[in-house]
Unconditional design. Structure first.
Length: 492
């Protein structure tokens, strides 16, 4: 059997935590507060994001267990393979690839949006055309493209470099948000009374809250980057669960603080009715002036940088795992001869995302709305496979008699996580749902599914012919023995 290429174990615990947190708290935390308040009001948004975080914590139980058992690149791709075979692994990997790349592209476009607000004379230079009502200029395309190229280069140089920078960016991000919150709350012209009414008056409270809960898979996507980097841990994978939990909790706090920052500056309904390009920026600028905007711009940049960096890590490791399994061209399974990084996946992600800025931000938003579907599918696979591992009692059927797999509470939480994932999918896909995807997102989803079918018809025959033992080795490595607690799954 051929040698199995493996990534170096260079990532420290606090770097991995920063990858998860920085990926979860991206551009949306700073750009979208007025949009979310327009749906649910300030307190409705905070409650919705809080409930979403609790549901993510439930799902995180399954992730913590699976990372500990299978610390390999690929994450949900590997978990779907373990539980349901190679075809399901392809489905999970295909949807995740889209989700990760979309977020890389959107974070880069958020940097261009920030430039439009702070340096409009530079960013709006070279108007070219409009798509979906968004004016595309050469200046913003250049800014987004430079960001994509810089972070691709940093990631190729090594996981240690990207991990170290990620932690620094996260510390600056947290510091910026905390200082902004204190400055806004203590400012004489701001007031908590501006948050009244706490909920959007025109809609039932729970309808509004559910609309915010539905975005949780997208808002907190990033904690699942931890399993993508699991092969590179230089510490025990048992710590992964605590890192995931801590990252989700801190992300929920940061989201809530930015809602407060936006809502106390002036009556929030006035902000929403004005339909500003960037409501949070307007509020901070009018109350705190140039110093406040500098601090906000720094925080946004850190959020964008951590998102770019974190999802470059996740997408390249996923592509590496799929290339190693030979569902993608084998070049994706190669490592850089000097830096030992999956450079082909990094370059590929960069090349695809360099196309995105030319289509305008509105088109990207349509695609990202759809990509939440793929992330939720990955959540479901992880939870249901973890459910299959756990047993209700020593007498129940499942794996061998092992205290590690006998855990009725964790089995119940894994089942609940799977049900949460299905609920998220229903909220996104059911036409009558308050969080249902729009027509453009449905078209984007249909196109991606069609492309997946076409690619599988082209490449799937060779993938299905790989002997099961060989595919186990490529995807799971020496963690294959940990899959023996499951009933045998045919991976043909």
């Amino acid at each position: 059997m051929e040698d199995r290429k493996q990534l170096k174990q260079t990532l420290k615990p606090h770097w991995v935590w920063a990858i998860a947190l920085g990926s979860a708290v991206g551009w949306g935390c700073f750009i979208l507060p007025t949009v979310w308040m327009g749906q649910a009001g300030p307190l409705g948004t905070i409650i919705g994001l809080g409930i979403g975080a609790l549901l993510m914590l439930i799902i995180a139980v399954s992730y913590g267990f699976m990372v500990n058992r299978f610390p390999v690149s690929g994450g949900e791709f590997a978990y779907a393979y373990i539980g349901f075979g190679r075809n399901h692994a392809y489905v999970a990997g295909w949807f995740l690839t889209l989700g990760y790349m979309c977020i890389v592209a959107l974070n880069a476009s958020a940097l261009a949006l920030l430039g439009k607000f702070i340096f409009p004379s530079i960013t709006t230079q070279g108007y070219m055309y409009s798509i979906g009502g968004w004016e595309v200029s050469f200046g913003e395309v250049l800014i987004a493209s430079l960001a994509l190229l810089v972070f691709a280069y940093l990631n190729i140089r090594g996981a240690a470099i990207s991990g170290r920078y990620q932690f620094i960016f996260c510390i600056l991000l947290i510091s910026g948000v905390v200082i902004l919150t204190l400055a806004m709350l203590l400012h004489p012209d701001t007031s908590l009374s501006n948050m009244q009414p706490l909920f959007k008056p025109e809609v039932p409270v729970w309808t509004a809250i559910i609309a915010i809960v539905a975005i949780a898979p997208w808002a907190y996507v990033g904690f699942d980057n931890i399993p993508q980097a699991a092969e590179e841990f230089n510490f025990s994978p048992e710590k992964a669960f605590n890192l995931i939990i801590f990252s989700i909790i801190v992300a929920a706090i940061i989201y809530s603080l930015m809602i407060v920052v936006t809502a106390v500056g002036m009556p929030w309904q006035s902000i929403v009715d004005g339909k500003p390009i960037w409501g949070t920026g307007d509020i901070v600028s009018s109350n705190l002036g140039i110093l406040g905007m500098t601090l906000l711009a720094m925080s946004v940049c850190m959020g964008v940088f951590t998102g770019l960096n974190g999802f470059y890590v996740a997408s390249s490791r996923l592509l590496f795992a799929m290339g190693r399994a030979q569902i993608l061209p084998q070049a994706f399974g190669n490592l850089h001869p000097k830096y030992g990084t999956p450079y082909v996946g990094i370059i590929f992600t960069c090349m695809i995302c360099l196309i995105a800025p030319w289509f305008g931000r509105e088109v990207l938003l349509w695609i990202v709305d759809m990509s939440a579907t793929g992330v939720t599918i990955a959540y479901f696979y992880t939870c249901i496979v973890a459910y299959k591992f756990f047993r209700w009692s020593e007498d129940s059927q499942g794996g061998p008699q092992s205290k590690e797999t006998v855990s009725p509470i964790k089995k119940g939480l894994a089942l609940l996580g799977a049900l949460c994932s299905i609920s998220f999918l229903a909220l996104l896909l059911y036409p009558g749902s308050p969080a249902a995807m729009g027509t453009p997102s449905w078209i984007a989803l249909a196109v991606w599914i069609l492309l997946g079918i076409i690619f599988y018809l082209y490449k799937g025959k060779g993938f299905r012919e790989i002997p099961e033992e060989k595919l186990d080795f490529y995807i799971l490595g020496d963690t294959k023995k940990n899959a023996d607690a499951l009933p045998k799954v045919s991976n043909k």
